[in-house]
Ligand binder design. Structure first.
Ligand code: ARG
Length: 463
């Protein structure tokens, strides 16, 4: 016999029944009702499996299915009445089914099933649906980036390393860089969906199904590609949640870098891009301000998604086999990360399809020192080793600076030849941004032909 609650140091608020606070603490219905639909579908299919075993007759199956559809309609139209004992979506749905078709029949649906294989099934179905939707969003995002790149293929801008002007590139090349990142995210997501699409249903609480249910039939009915081959793993595996959280974190990391670039480019100091009003806000104090809040939120929310991943990793790391209630902690971070990711993609699509670019500002930011490498390459083409040409070009930059010229292109042929006699009069062709960009025709480069090839291959990967 356990001691009366009053006898315990901390027992002041105990009444013998569960502490009402414990009920609240334990309940997942407030957030897991988001899975009502897949939970009902899972039960529908599961009872078909029981029917095949003769554990539920045809008439009972029909009543169960009709009852489950009534419950579905109630949820759908916000008419489902939650009751105090409804711990989670699984118990709530079963309780309600019993009220509709009678407890005698409803009491059979859970035969051989546990909430352990049930929740694992629901989660996989839910995540599969959400990720499939995200895949579609992502495709639209990548397409929007590619469209923009194709339309603005002729615009040049500085490419940066260390946030210092480095070499001229095409704006479309910058866009194509992010399309490349997001296209890897796209492929990674396809792999995650494929990997999680295995059925835990019919694993029971942990040890397996006592009536020999046809797990492959259940899997097939639910659109899974096969079953998880170990019942203990089936109920305890939440790696698909971790993978989803990791995927979202990495994707949001990419979105964050993309946003950071655009925030910098939208500042008055750069002025390369201007956000549409729809994705900016003003300041309550400074009338002149137009802030890139959409991009700042995209950048900021990446931290939140990463937090969801690291938090759940910590919840998961020491859980002994098999199901433990810690696993219920998979839900809130997962749902939050998915919602944040979905919204972020939609906002990012809006931002990239509506912003204006300022071609003059972009091209005006190109400076002749950015062609110093091209000057070195000029001599390479005359047979001089690159290590040597690098020095010579550096000297040209120094001399131009000493002479207070606006750039290396202002050096006369005589001045250049004084530095190195191998400079010919064709060297003046070097000082041309378009020509510099157009020399980079090798795969992945910034020449128009190379960028167009990148875009074409990104499009074909999306098919
Ligand atoms: N609400 C629970 C969860 O999300 C369902 C599984 C409960 N299983 C159990 N053995 N208590 O994890």
């Amino acid at each position: 016999m356990s001691k009366p609650a009053e006898a315990k140091l901390w027992g002041g608020r105990f009444t013998g029944a569960t502490d009402p606070l414990m009920d609240l603490y334990n309940a997942s219905l407030p957030y897991d009702k988001i899975m009502y639909d897949v939970d009902l579908t899972g039960t529908k299919v599961y009872t078909e499996g029981l029917n095949k075993l003769g554990l539920i007759n045809d008439d009972e199956l029909k009543k169960i299915h009709e009852g489950l559809e009534v419950v579905r309609e109630e949820w759908k139209h916000n008419q489902f009445v939650e009751k105090p004992g409804d711990e989670d979506i699984h118990t709530a749905n079963e309780r309600r089914l019993g009220e509709i078709i009678g407890k005698h029949i409803a009491g059979k649906v859970h035969t051989g099933r546990s909430r352990n294989d049930q929740v694992a099934t629901d989660m996989r179905l839910h995540v599969r649906a959400r990720l499939t939707k995200i895949l579609e969003f992502l495709k639209n995002f990548i397409t929007a980036i590619i469209k923009r790149a194709e339309a603005e293929i002729d615009v040049l801008m500085p490419g940066y390393t260390h946030l210092q002007r480095a070499q001229p590139i095409r704006w479309a090349h910058w866009l194509s860089m992010y399309a490349t990142y997001f296209s890897e995210d796209y492929k990674r997501l396809q792999q995650i969906i494929e990997r999680l699409n295995k059925s835990p249903l019919g694993a029971g609480a942990l040890a397996g199904h006592p009536y020999g249910i046809d797990r492959e039939f259940l899997a097939q009915q639910l659109g899974f590609e096969g079953v998880i081959g170990n019942s203990l793993a089936a109920v305890s595996d939440r790696d698909f949640v971790v993978e989803t959280l990791f995927w979202s974190s990495l994707f949001m990391n990419h979105i964050s870098r993309f946003s950071e670039d655009l925030i910098i480019y939208s500042s008055a100091e750069f002025g390369f891009v201007q956000l549409a009003d729809a994705y900016s806000t003003g300041s309550s104090l400074m009338p002149q301000k137009k802030n890139p809040d959409s991009l700042e939120l995209l950048r900021g929310k990446s931290g939140r998604v990463f937090g969801a991943m690291s938090g759940f990793m910590m919840s998961l790391k020491s859980i002994p086999s098999t199901y433990n209630k810690d696993m219920q902690e998979d839900k809130e971070p997962l749902y939050d990360a998915l919602t944040t990711t979905e919204h972020s993609i939609l906002i990012a699509i809006g931002v990239i399809s509506t912003l204006n670019i300022n071609k003059e500002k972009m091209e005006g930011a190109l400076t002749m020192d950015m062609l110093a490498t091209d000057l070195a390459d000029y001599l390479v083409r005359k047979g001089v080793p690159f290590r040597e040409t690098h020095h010579i070009s550096g000297e040209c930059v120094r001399v131009a600076e000493e002479l207070k010229l606006s750039g290396i292109d202002q050096l006369t042929l005589e001045q250049l030849q004084k530095i190195d006699s191998r400079f010919g009069d064709d060297v003046l062709n070097t000082f041309d941004f378009e020509a510099s960009v157009e020399r980079r025709t090798a795969i992945g480069g910034t020449a128009k032909s190379a960028v167009l090839k990148q875009l074409a291959s990104l499009i074909s990967e999306l098919q």
